[in-house]
Design a protein around this ligand. Structure first.
Ligand SMILES: *[C@@H]1O[C@H](CO)[C@@H](O)[C@H](O)[C@H]1NC(C)=O
Length: 164
């Protein structure tokens, strides 16, 4: 009886640990595409995610690979609600847009159909993004070989805080 309890407790602990590394994200509206298998915004389980200036926004994503993929691009769009109008602003990610350079599993492209790939997105919150800014951001990865078809996309509300 004792052993059964311990085993059940351990399984429960592992499951809870798994949940702790998930962020509740929304389906994208502007970019299209489906959510990935899992997304974890560091320091944020339940959005809005509060992002201090000068910190890195870090998002770990696990996604299924629907086909062989040799080249991908990461896109970030910020949507602002201005008097009921949605204003969608693409964010220039520079080198961080090169998805294949930031895969953690497999270490780089190509990724093969049927593999679950892991990817870490990192982006510094520059101080020109004003404290108090609120937006919905859509983070997506597109397949360059397939006319930039969206492989996955997440949407979440954020708010910018002063540096810590
Ligand atoms: C995907 O890549 C693997 C390994 O390179 C290859 O064996 C397979 O035929 C490819 N599949 C398709 C559909 O191209």
């Amino acid at each position: 009886m004792h052993e059964v309890f311990i085993v059940v407790f351990c399984v429960f602990a592992v499951v809870v640990e798994g949940w702790a590394h998930t962020t509740t994200v929304n389906r994208c509206i502007h970019s299209g595409g489906q959510p990935p298998l899992n997304a974890f915004v560091h320091g944020c389980t339940n959005p809005p995610c509060l992002l201090p200036q000068l910190d890195d926004l870090i998002v770990d994503v696990t996604f299924a690979t629907p086909r062989n993929i040799s080249e991908m691009t990461t896109l970030l769009t910020a949507s602002f609600n201005i008097g009921g109008m949605q204003l969608n602003v693409p964010v220039d990610l520079g080198q961080n847009a090169r998805t294949c350079n930031f895969l953690t599993l497999p270490p780089t492209c190509p990724i093969q159909s049927g593999e679950n790939a892991q990817y870490r997105f990192k982006w510094r919150i520059e101080p020109f993004i004003a404290v108090g800014t609120q937006a919905n951001v859509e983070l997506s990865v597109v397949d360059n070989d397939r006319n930039n078809e969206v492989i996955w996309c997440i949407r979440l509300p954020i708010r910018i805080l002063p540096p810590e």
